[in-house]
Design a protein around this ligand. Structure first.
Ligand SMILES: [Zn+2]
Length: 268
């Protein structure tokens, strides 16, 4: 349970008037925002107030943090919090932002006893014990501007943070009951295995095959598809969609750009 002091502080933050300049920034950058219902928009803005008061931002690689950066990241991350009781990504303290991609040294296994070392570029990352989350501002802006290409680095990295809420990086977020956990595990195991098989055989997939890396990446990639391509996900992976819908208590088909695009085509 959250302490009453923390709750009181959050309630006060949520009832503060939302700065007009921040709303203008959301209007400019975050395309999905005005597709949400009026009630969801109001809830999202309340979450943004708490999020921005509690999380620290740090610019890296010569990057300067501005309100534009903070608000654009917060509005996308808080989409994951609607309709549920939330503790605002409790393991996360700091968000590090690079201007574009950033380079990291990586060692990866390519065979049983074979490791490859090299420098790779990344758009974002986070870890259960890091206390931080890294993002490329270029990727953040692109993700916010195109809400239906199935790619969103903010949703992806913050989905990992939700995964950690059950104290493990296992692709399972905090689920209330044993029954839910069992249903979740069964569906995710089957869907993960089928993505792996499709990846190995080269069959085209809706889900990014990066999700075949491991169950945590499968969850993060599924969250991107759930919010960005919900109609396609519901059609092709109905059980996966249903589990995500139960967890998030949202039906993104109602507000997705993908949905609107279809309506436009059918009426023209
Ligand atoms: Zn990931």
């Amino acid at each position: 349970m959250f302490s009453w002091l923390k709750q009181l502080r959050r309630q006060r933050l949520q009832t503060r008037p939302f700065p007009k300049e921040w709303l203008t920034l959301i209007r400019h950058h975050v395309v999905f925002f005005f597709r949400l219902s009026v009630a969801d928009r109001a809830e999202l803005l309340r979450h943004v107030q708490v999020f921005l008061a509690e999380k620290r931002f740090e610019g890296c690689g010569g990057f300067t943090i501005t309100d534009e950066v903070r608000v654009t990241i917060a509005a996308q991350a808080c989409l994951l919090l609607l309709h549920r009781e939330t503790d605002y990504f409790p393991g996360l303290l700091t968000i590090l932002v690079y201007p574009l991609t950033y380079m990291v040294e990586e060692k990866r296994q390519v065979g049983e006893h074979v490791w490859e070392e090299g420098t790779v570029s990344r758009l974002g990352e986070t870890g259960r014990r890091m206390g931080s989350l890294v993002l490329s501002w270029g990727a953040v802006k692109h993700g916010a501007a195109d809400p239906s290409d199935g790619k969103n680095v903010v949703l992806h990295e913050f989905a990992h943070q939700l995964d950690y809420e059950n104290q493990a990086a296992d692709g399972v977020p905090g689920l209330a009951t044993r029954e839910q956990q069992l249903a979740w595990s069964e569906v995710m195991r089957t869907e993960f295995a089928s993505l792996r098989a499709a990846d190995e055989t080269g069959i085209p997939t809706l889900l990014d095959v990066y999700g075949a890396t491991n169950p945590p990446e499968f969850f993060a990639v599924s969250v991107e598809a759930f919010f960005e391509q919900p109609r396609a996900l519901r059609g092709r992976h109905p059980r996966l969609y249903a589990e995500l819908q139960k967890y998030f208590q949202q039906d993104p088909v109602e507000f997705s750009a993908e949905n609107l695009g279809r309506e436009k085509r059918s009426s023209s």
